[in-house]
Design a protein around this ligand. Structure first.
Ligand code: PMP
Ligand code: GLN
Length: 380
């Protein structure tokens, strides 16, 4: 066994969901909605399973889906992408791995902002790359130009940006994105833009892709996921978009990872992406109601809730809420003793990070959220 895996624990998401099952706890840990899938989406997948081909689709994705992804980004983000620039993957997790395989050689340094999604650093290390962290700090998790510049060396090749940011639930400002783009151009870096949360935004905030900034079209890989756009996390249908030469290299990595993705789900996602804006707005309004419900309940119970603009997550500052436990201790005990699973944000930091921030998923039924907060309030 490769030493990296011999020493590796299960992901924090798997760990907390297993504990939630074991203890019959309300699961506000791993991010997935409780509501039944939208009937339009399931009907489209069922129709595709019975009426369309169930054999290998093209390795880079069904042309219908590649077209739909381009149309979706043109309408909603003003991007001009051609279908040849899109590669469909088995979830964003595969896209992230394929992009790193295609872009990082042994000894190359990769800039990560922390907190970072947990798959980034292990994949970078497995291919001989060196993750170099730039820490963001609560409660606003802002990007700092001096911190970023200090992390860059002659060996830096790639920068990873997750915007909107999981677990913080924040969105980078236009000025921050411009600063990051200028840095990529100045130091000749390729950006892997994990934008899976691009459509889970609130309060009328628009999504601006790093790929749309000057000089970035040729050096950005934009990653998306139907799991988040449609709240169907089990579908594991994602994609990556890049300039043609870059897309070809990404496709070479993808062809030997999964080669392709189940066609019925690709058909259903293609159909889904073509739905009108108000269909997506209705879905978002539903999530916004849950976001307010959890935020208000936490407020009333005296928890300090951090600002949120996106994702299905609210973070609470345990220290500012008068809780003496670390986020790890709190989450490990709360799942067993209070029956509520959560994610300690320190699990998404390596080295020196905050140890007092807890992430809670609000994409749940209102009564479930109320009950979870009552349990946490009694426990604290
Ligand atoms: N990146 C981020 C930031 C995520 O939050 C997630 C899913 N939680 C992924 C990637 C993986 O997406 P998928 O399920 O499509 O593989
Ligand atoms: N991305 C999901 C989250 O943040 C978890 C995905 C997983 O379990 N690997 O909760």
């Amino acid at each position: 066994v490769h030493p990296l895996y011999a020493a590796m624990a299960p992901t924090i998401f798997e760990h907390m969901s297993a504990l939630a099952r074991e203890h019959g706890a309300i699961n506000l840990g791993q991010g997935f909605p409780d509501e039944p899938p939208h009937p339009d989406m399931v009907a489209a997948a069922a129709r595709a399973l019975t009426e369309k081909s169930n054999q290998y689709p093209p390795a880079f994705g069904l042309p219908e889906l590649c077209n739909a992804i381009c149309g979706f980004y043109a309408r909603r983000q003003g991007l001009a992408l051609a279908p040849e620039q899109v590669i469909v993957t088995s979830g964003a997790t595969e896209a992230l791995a394929a992009a790193l395989l295609a872009l990082v050689a042994s000894g190359d340094e990769v800039i990560l902002f922390q907190p970072a999604y947990d798959s980034y650093a292990p994949v970078i290390r497995r291919i001989g790359g060196v993750p170099v962290s730039v820490a963001l700090r609560p409660p606003h998790w802002r990007y700092d130009a001096a911190d970023l510049a200090a992390a860059i060396t002659p060996r830096t090749r790639v920068l990873m940006l997750n915007d909107p940011l999981n677990p913080a639930g924040t969105v980078a400002s236009e000025a921050e994105l411009a600063m990051i783009a200028e840095t990529c151009v100045r130091y000749d870096l390729t950006a892997i833009c994990d934008e899976v949360w691009e459509d889970v935004r609130f309060d009328g905030i628009a999504h601006r892709s790093l790929l749309s900034f000057p000089g970035m079209a040729e050096r950005a890989v934009k990653i998306g996921s139907a799991g988040k756009i449609f709240g169907l996390t089990g579908w594991k249908t994602g994609w990556m978009c890049a300039a043609p030469a870059l897309a070809t290299a990404l496709g070479r990595a993808h062809q030997f990872l999964t080669f392709t993705t189940p066609p019925a789900l690709q058909w259903a996602v293609a159909e889904g992406l073509e739905r009108p804006d108000d269909w997506f707005a209705a879905q978002r309004d539903g999530w916004a109601v849950s976001r307010r419900r959890l935020g208000d309940a936490l407020d009333r119970a005296g928890f300090n809730v951090l600002p949120n603009a996106a994702t299905w997550f609210l973070c609470i500052d345990l220290a500012a809420s008068g809780v003496a436990l670390s986020d790890r201790e709190f989450s490990e005990r709360a799942v067993r003793e209070a029956g509520v699973a959560s994610i300690p944000v320190s699990a998404l930091f390596e080295g020196d990070g905050p140890r007092h921030i807890l992430r809670l998923c609000f994409a749940k039924d209102g009564a479930v959220l109320d009950e979870a907060v009552e349990r946490l309030a009694r426990f604290r």
